[in-house]
Ligand binder design. Structure first.
Ligand SMILES: [Zn+2]
Length: 605
């Protein structure tokens, strides 16, 4: 599998570079999973092809960002000294200072934070944003009694003899867990995500302590036709249970992200509980909301495990709930390594069976659910995919190599444990067979001969071959196209008098019916001739005419269009199927100077 070779080569080189730059901040090995998932992301960004030079420069940059985020030293803080020198600051500057005391301007109710640079005596005053008035009043004899570390952004300078800072609401107070344990347990650690999800927080002041699990990419959000907002979703996980929730920030509020990072523990004080479109509870930042960062050593029990694929004992951290966390695991994990009660398990494998959608009702909501069988060279396993991941699987085919990130496994139930792919646990599935970038990149793919592919005599072998189309065949007896369910591209079947798709477990409306090409192609590379099937999108790429235009032509024109394609050369990603059948999973134009098969064949015919 060419992709595996790419990962291995990248892994070896990146980790070798590490060895030779030991003096640099990066000392940890870059994990196999990290490379696999970042390579796939890169491949998706470069569908027309990529070189190792680009891969390494992009990954090096990512690694630097990643290690900086991990060490929290990537953030450059603005200094108070600079304000006195320049009298201005960028709106995007981040300050990391000590809040020494809170003063009140005489004869007003305006509060002022007296801020001091860490490691120097330089101080400046900031007018306090009114959102803090309530908490200052409430906690003046507890939290604000001592100096506190605060980080903030989006402030401006009032110039003058004694410059001051304008109020900003984008302030995060940082508390050391041990030093402030009394205040934290009494005032901040009041409930859990569980309580919020189960409606146990009526008429109470809401304050939860959570861990930031994932800060997602900013999206455009349209609450209605005329409004457009930037939206940031932050996945937060409970510190008392496995539950997660989404916290949303909009437009300017997104500035908070500069002060936060994955893995931070934060207290969210006074968030607004709301519902998303799917009626799921979410949290919003609102005028009264305050974030307090809690610096806490994560309780880390390390388990020493013997994994079948590894020669040495592995140290796997266990989270607060006794779940083994594989997120930092260095090497490739295999199916034989899987065990109960784990999370963040990432596997590279091949699909060998895809079940039908088998939805179940949980909490009055229908949850899509699909079982698949996957294999690698250590075994075969069943996985259950939920919700959108199940729907994503409907378009996948047996034989696809996939990389699945962040699976979780259950505890033992009747002598067995279950493997689940759940979006909320950050599970993602990537299809590797159809990655355009690999087939388009000479340095990442190896070209095989059709004769080699034929001689493999095995199902689910995937190879790239450079060949010429020498003919086409109707896959169905009567026509060159068929009617299918748009979701899964399966041919329609009649069920109880209505159109029903067994695979998707859903009725089919008229607008869900699409026409798709049903053409097999005969290809030749000079070593052998194969008949290969292709799904409609591949055939569209070969023919260059969309099915909706094609199907309205008369029979002669249709045949002419197809006959015109004979002689065209492509590189095909081909998967072997049972009964000596073959399927094209991806395709690209060849680089003519390198592989001129057409001339080669002509010479011999
Ligand atoms: Zn369907």
């Amino acid at each position: 599998m060419d992709f595996l070779i790419c990962i291995q080569k990248t892994y070896d080189i990146l980790n070798d570079i590490n060895k030779t730059r030991k003096n640099k901040s990066r000392s940890n090995k870059i994990s196999w999973n990290w490379i696999a998932s970042h390579l796939i992301k890169l491949f998706n960004q470069y569908p027309a092809g990529i070189t190792y030079a680009i891969v390494f420069s992009e990954l090096e940059m990512e690694i630097d960002n990643y290690t900086q985020i991990k060490n929290d030293n990537g953030k450059k803080f603005e200094s108070i000294q600079n304000i006195y020198e320049r009298s201005e600051v960028s709106f995007n500057s981040i300050f990391n200072v000590t809040l020494k005391e809170i003063k009140t301007i005489p004869q007003t109710n305006i509060n002022v934070f007296s801020l001091q640079e860490i490691d120097s005596n330089c101080t400046i005053d900031m007018i306090v944003h009114q959102k803090f008035f309530n908490v200052i009043e409430k906690f003046k004899n507890t939290l604000f009694r001592r100096p506190l570390n605060v980080k903030f952004t989006r402030t401006q300078v009032i110039k003058g003899m004694n410059p001051k800072l304008l109020p900003t609401e984008y302030i995060i107070i940082t508390l050391n867990y041990k030093e402030h344990i009394g205040f934290i347990s009494e005032c901040l650690d009041k409930m859990s995500i569980d309580d919020i999800l189960n409606n146990k927080v009526l008429n109470q002041e809401i304050s939860i302590i959570v861990k930031i699990k994932e800060i997602k990419e900013t999206k455009t959000y349209k609450p209605d036709k005329d409004t457009k907002m930037e939206q940031k979703e932050i996945i937060i996980s409970d510190t008392k249970s496995q539950n997660t929730m989404s916290l949303f920030l909009y437009d300017e509020q997104i500035s908070f992200v500069r002060l936060l990072k994955n893995g931070d523990y934060i207290a969210i004080y006074n968030p607004q509980i709301d519902y998303d479109k799917e009626n799921k509870k979410i949290l919003n930042y609102c005028l009264d909301t305050i974030f307090i960062k809690i610096e806490k050593e994560e309780k880390q029990n390390i388990k020493h495990l013997k994994l079948s694929s590894q020669s040495e004992l592995c140290n796997i951290p266990e989270d607060d709930n006794g779940i083994l966390d594989f997120s930092q695991f260095q090497e490739r994990l295999y199916l034989c390594d899987l065990r109960n009660n784990t999370k963040n398990v990432s596997i590279f494998c091949q699909i060998i069976y895809i079940g039908n959608n088998n939805p179940i009702i949980v909490d009055n909501a229908i949850k899509n659910r699909i079982g698949i069988k996957i294999q690698d060279n250590t075994g075969i396993r069943d996985i259950t995919l939920w919700d959108n991941l199940a729907l994503q699987m409907l378009k996948y085919k047996v034989g696809y190599y996939i990389f699945i990130e962040n699976l979780i496994t259950s505890d033992y139930i009747d002598n067995t444990f279950y493997i689940n792919g759940i979006e909320e646990f950050n599970c993602k599935i990537y299809n590797v067979n159809c990655l355009k970038s690999i087939i388009s990149s000479p340095s990442f793919r190896q070209i095989n001969y059709l004769s080699e592919l034929k001689s493999k005599n095995e199902d689910n072998v995937f190879c790239y071959c450079n060949a010429v189309i020498i003919g086409w065949k109707k896959r169905l007896d009567d026509d060159l196209y068929y009617f299918a369910h748009s979701n899964c591209e399966k041919a329609l079947s009649r069920h109880n008098g209505i159109d029903f798709c067994d695979q998707c477990a859903s009725p089919i409306n008229n607008e869900d019916i699409v026409s798709l090409y049903a053409i097999d192609w005969v290809i030749d590379d000079g070593t052998s001739v194969l008949t290969v099937s292709a799904d409609s999108s591949i055939s569209t790429e070969i023919i260059g005419v969309s099915i909706n235009i094609f199907k309205n032509q008369n029979q002669d024109v249709k045949e002419n269009i197809l006959n015109d394609i004979i002689g065209n050369e492509f590189i095909f990603g081909i998967c072997t199927l049972p009964r000596n059948e073959y399927r094209i999973d991806c395709i690209c134009q060849p680089e003519f100077e390198e592989y001129d098969i057409k001339n080669y064949i002509k010479k011999f015919s």
